[in-house]
Design a protein around this ligand. Sequence first.
Ligand code: BGC
Length: 350
Amino acid sequence: MNLQKVSFGKLSDGREVQLYTLTNKNGMTVKITNYGAIVTSIVTPDKTGKMGDVVLGFDSLKPYTGEHPYFGAVVGRYGNRIAKGKFTLDGKTYTLATNNGENHLHGGIMGFGKVLWDAQEAGTADEPGVKLTYVSKDGEEGYPGTLTSTVTYTLTNDNELKIAYTAQTDKATPLNLTNHSYFNLAAGQAQDALNHVVTLNADRYTVIDKGFIPTGELRPVKGTPMDFTQPHPIGERIAQVEGGYDHNYVLNKPSEKEMSLAATVYEPGSGRYMEVFTTQPGVQFYSGNFLDGKLTGKNGAVYKKHYGFCLETQHFPDSPNQSKFPSSILKPGETYNEATTYKFSVKQQQ
Ligand code: BGC
């Protein structure tokens, strides 16, 4: 059986939450819960064939319902920040929940990571999947329109976790769905992810102000510690970047919306290698700067600063207020379609 479903517990209102395990022919497994559409575990082999879990998270449901920095969650309606929680659409100004100083972050108070999604089995007998659906009400967190979103996770026999997003709305709304998994490819064998060697297929990034809001400038990375067009360990130049990496990179794309390589990550100790492909125009490279050791995760792991990193494929932060950025507005009659693939393999040496 390549797809298994067990109970992950109950919410305080009594609703039952499921945990799905997807297994492929290589024995790789991915666990997904319909609470927050969260990826709770990704178990892949290292260069000796030893299996290990490469994402941060918790062993049980309860901590996911409390405060945590979006471990594995689908973020929506809008991944990253909207300045002052305000935007104007078709002449009307909307006010969103503010949950990050004066700004709106990752969809607001609950967002899409703290709600229960409907789950359906998907994929094939050979390459299992789970399709999750969430209907966000008109006015939820301040956003216009009833929005129906689906997220389909599929595990392939090429050790790829494919994530496909669709959505439809009855009023124009900003939309920017992403997955907020934190990776550490050493799978518990290292206390931080600073040795991971990263490349980002991006010549520019969006410059931000003190509140992490884009100024509108797309700045070349060349000759700066922001440049990952060639492989660099995360820790090599991180001290030169105030606060660490927490920036949206503007992906070099062959054509708009085309699925293309965004990032690669190599962990020398385990030999694990991850490639990230996406249809999206940007990726938030976040080096886990706000992890502070207060959260105890799976198997008692203490998630200290830089323990994990995120590669959140996305539209650029604050796009609803930036007319020069690619539009993040979904209109009635349109279907939102985005996809991201995380592909896992090993290299014997690099
Ligand atoms: C943001 C960070 C934030 C983190 C956790 C990232 O996507 O860019 O600024 O702290 O998510 O909330």
